[in-house]
Ligand binder design. Sequence first.
Ligand code: NAP
Ligand code: F7E
Length: 327
Amino acid sequence: MKKKALITGITGQDGSYLAEFLLKKGYSVHGMVRRVAAEDESHRFWRLRHIKKSLNIHAGSLESYASVINIVTKIKPNEIYHLGAQSYIDYAFKDEFSTINTNINGTHFLLSAIKEFSPKTKFYFAGSSEMFGKVREVPQNEKTPFYPRSVYGISKVAGFDLTRNYREAYKLFCCSGILFNHESPRRGFEFVTRKITHAVARIKFGLQKDLQLGNIDAKRDWGHAKDYVEAMWLMLNRKKPEDYVISTGKHYTVRDFAKLAFKLVDLDYKKFVKVEKKLYRPSEVESLLGNCSKAKRELKWKPKYDFKKLVEDMVKADLEFVEKEGY
Ligand code: NAP
Ligand code: F7E
């Protein structure tokens, strides 16, 4: 019998790559999407269009325990990948309450539903390097203490602790990936890497004059989403549930990213990037750098994309996108 996987957040960047990855592995792939998205296929399913026919989509709400129970009991999946979350940090500062509600309750409801109705289901929680926030050591590993700097980070620490507690108290197979930033041509336009590569393409085609950015000295350990979804699967397919840092082990500034992206189309970023104080965050995470040696050792995982290949992939895709779509 085919293994069944349920992905929350299947319409997002990681959800779409993971769905592709699991279909190739022969899984029956189920996705939970909010009703507004299910009813707005042409806009909300742009990342899944090419595989949509092979997926089983279920409308449901992460904010409703009844809805979560319904889906878990109906599917009784072998594996749940819980990726659904309000994941944009600028927005988290603007709407703290819904970020906290969706991110913490969604995780809690799923864990509780597994415990009560499907205790053999394995559970993956999408933890984040944002949990390290104002970092306590460099580089960060699984033992580094957390110091979140936004309600998003706080919600992820709560999800991480809930996942660990369900593992210890109820002996469920549940674990967290502590994933550092990962990007791709499918990244949402609001995140800085996609904002840059999209602007680079628009500027090249004469559709935009400049690019406004906030703190360009912030440093991130950027990997490719395609590499990172494989690590999620590896975590659920080993004997023991444990938590893993997933990162590249190298970090760069936003300025470095912009410099390379503009250079790839023979432009000088200094002529186009305008730093705007209004785009700074109330409390910034200045620098993140991951140490993923545990994942390398135990999962035999390592990233295939480095920084240069990532930026090249995103710039190339956005040049094609702008040429085709005209915006
Ligand atoms: P993403 O592209 O923003 O996708 C988020 C997904 O969550 C979308 O499918 C979205 O559905 C869904 N969602 C948002 N709010 C929701 C709500 N109120 N109820 C139900 N679903 C909701 O994020 P991603 O980059 O793929 O990241 C996947 C997960 O990994 C997230 O939990 C994120 O916090 C975490 N993470 C990401 C990174 C990274 O660098 N990408 C790093 C560490 C951790 P709609 O399509 O309906 O909006
Ligand atoms: O910002 C700076 C900004 O929004 C990166 C999410 O996937 O990764 C992501 O969160 C850095 C920050 O990602 C702009 O201040 C400068 O220092 O692309 P971002 P993020 O906040 O790191 C983590 C791991 C997650 O878990 C999250 O879900 O870039 N920055 N100027 C800017 N950022 C944005 N968005 N826009 C700017 O104009």
